[in-house]
Design a protein around this ligand. Structure first.
Ligand code: ADP
Ligand code: MG
Length: 576
């Protein structure tokens, strides 16, 4: 249960404000996250981390000397948008290149990749290390598919120490990659978490059971066991992790390891220490040498009752980074020399939108598009809970909230564009930016692309024909495929967008009016959305629990079909 909040939709924003107020000697707030108060040395590499909010100390609590230079902070459990990441990255860029480092979640990968492309196009050298320490989320043979949890900490630290010591981007990348190769985590949960304003937990664990390998967004665990004693749990975690010692470690006897015993939100420190006592005994009995263990809350999931154990199998170089001094809001160790860098000037970082005035015709079209956004908002508002329920079956349950947040931002941006007499193309593009910026997550990034592509094709001059709408939808489909890499049949929104685009093209070639072509394509979109129930998810969060989603349609496909239908009603009313 989250007891203290104001407006739940402002929770993430307000927590960043408070974090910065409490740590004003260390942190600065920028649009999209927080950065170190003092500038990095000119020409050095900087480390940008990030992820959804709700996991404190990850990620804003890990910004400061000896750790990240900046953290992009998304909404609750939603990846930060590409724009947020770019803002943070540009604020800390010191000219020596940027390393992006974050946990492996589809939404984060999508948005960080987009940000990386944008920054590279501006001539900034950006590399990425995605952390994959969660042993429960895929077999070792598919380590690149594993999620990132508490093992992000030693990887961040390795990258940051290397960057601050003046190493090249290649070296920082190599060291962070080595750290990720050598870190393993396993977690268990005893209860779910309740997000601010929610009436019930996002997911539940049966009383007396524990879910082994449950994800930090409530992604279901891999199996359920009877809850055990503190010592029993210590033995389970140690045994499982010692069954996967990295191949570079010739023998565990005498190996030096960093250890993190992490609480996920609702476990008392006292309980953590009772379990850690046994973990220490078991690891020591195997001849392992523990260096600087960390017991406490390092990556959490609101009030989820759970713990995770991380083993970091170090070499000499990595051990130096693990024991190095650090001074961040949530993680401090040793004595850090006060920074001599000057304070960052954030006034230069504002990036106001350019609103192009449209032709008279295009302004009239913009008014119809605005009405379409309002209709879409209404249908998502009505179906928000159901979309969340569908997403919780195999994903993380945030699809309804995310779509609602995105559309709310899109409607506000569209309204501003309308008042500024923007054309339809510009209105679509600024709304798309606002959507992806506020919604975060996978679907936020993809809807941003859809609206931007559509806006590009429609432009700010002409009154669009049915062919132009069909061409815009085809461009949107290409954009979504390029960014998200899903194909037809993977159980995603593509399974609706693809047949919908084809049906619109068919309507255009038959000479149908926009409302008629749209209405015919809506029937196809509805059927396609329902038909996703029979598919197995092959991409995104739902992939891990594919079989659980058989017989339920894909949430992103359903929300798209709902939006298509509501937009069609506006088109019939306004364009006939
Ligand atoms: P997240 O997965 O980040 O929690 P949402 O829950 O808002 O984001 O959206 C989930 C939906 O996004 C899925 O139901 C699916 O339709 C869509 N989706 C996920 N990954 C992809 C992808 N790679 N390509 C296209 N659509 C995707
Ligand atoms: Mg989701």
């Amino acid at each position: 249960m989250t007891y203290l909040f104001n407006d739940p939709t402002k929770f993430a924003n307000e927590l960043v404000e408070g974090l910065v107020a409490a740590h004003s000697s260390r942190l600065f707030r920028v649009d999209g996250g927080v950065i170190r108060r003092h500038k990095a040395k000119p020409g050095q590499v900087v480390l940008v981390i990030g992820g959804g909010s709700g996991h404190y100390p990850a990620f804003g609590g890990f910004v400061g000397s000896g750790m990240a230079h900046g953290a992009a902070m998304g909404n609750i459990f939603a990846a930060p948008s590409a724009q947020q990441i770019c803002n943070v990255a540009q604020a800390v860029n010191s000219g020596g290149g940027i390393l992006f480092c974050y946990g492996n979640y589809a939404g984060d990968v999508l948005n960080f990749n987009q940000a990386q492309e944008r920054l590279r196009a501006l001539g900034v050298d950006v590399r990425t290390v995605v952390v994959t320490d969660d042993t429960a989320s895929a077999p070792f043979s598919e380590k690149h598919k594993r999620r990132g949890i508490a093992g992000t900490l030693p990887v961040f630290k390795a990258a940051a120490v290397a960057a601050d010591s003046g190493k090249s981007l290649d070296d920082v990348f190599r060291i962070a990659t080595a750290a990720n190769d050598r870190v393993r985590t396993l977690g268990v949960a005893f209860s779910g978490c309740t997000l601010p304003g929610a009436e019930k937990p996002l997911f539940e664990v049966e009383i007396g059971k524990m879910e082994v390998g449950m994800g930090i967004h409530g992604e279901p665990g891999l199996y359920r066991l009877d809850a055990t004693t503190a010592d029993g749990l210590a033995a389970l975690l140690v045994d499982k992790l010692l069954a996967e010692i990295p191949a570079v470690i010739s023998s565990p006897k005498g190996a030096r390891i960093g250890v993190i015993f992490n609480g996920l939100g609702a476990i008392k420190y006292e309980e953590l220490f009772v379990v850690y006592r046994k973990i220490d005994q078991l690891l020591s009995a195997r001849g392992l040498i523990i260096a600087e263990p960390e017991v406490g809350e390092l990556i959490t999931s609101f009030d989820m009752a759970g713990v995770s154990l991380t083993l970091f199998w170090m070499n000499d170089e990595l051990e130096q980074t693990w024991i190095a001094a650090v001074d961040t809001p949530a993680f401090r160790r040793g004595n850090v020399t006060p920074s001599s860098g000057e304070a960052v000037d954030t006034t230069a970082l504002k990036n106001p939108h350019q609103l192009n005035t449209g032709s008279k015709q295009s302004q009239a079209v913009a008014a119809v598009v605005f009405a379409a956004f309002e209709a879409a908002w209404q249908v998502i508002d009505k179906n928000q809970d159901e979309l969340g329920r569908l997403d919780a079956i195999a994903g993380d349950g945030d699809h309804g909230i995310g779509m609602h947040r995105g559309l709310t931002a899109a409607v506000t941006a569209a309204k501003e564009a309308l008042v500024a007499k923007a054309g339809a193309g510009t209105l679509l593009k600024v709304s798309g930016d606002a959507w992806s910026d506020q919604a975060g997550g996978t679907s936020g990034a993809l809807w941003g692309v859809i609206l931007r592509e559509l806006g590009d094709v429609l432009g700010d001059e002409a009154r669009p024909s049915t062919s132009a709408i069909a061409a815009g939808t085809a461009a949107a489909l290409r954009g979504v495929t390029d960014l998200g890499k899903a194909q037809t049949g993977d159980k995603t929104m593509i399974d609706v967008l693809h047949p919908f685009a084809a049906a619109l093209a068919c309507g255009a070639s038959r000479g149908l009016s926009i409302p008629d072509a749209w209405a015919a394509a809506t029937i196809i979109a509805d059927e396609a959305a329902q038909a996703t129930a029979r598919l197995l998810p092959k991409i995104g969060r739902a992939r891990l629990h594919a079989e659980k989603s058989i017989d339920s349609p894909d949430p992103g496909a359903i929300s798209m079909a709902l939006i298509i239908r509501s937009v069609g009603e506006v088109l019939t009313e306004r364009c006939s």
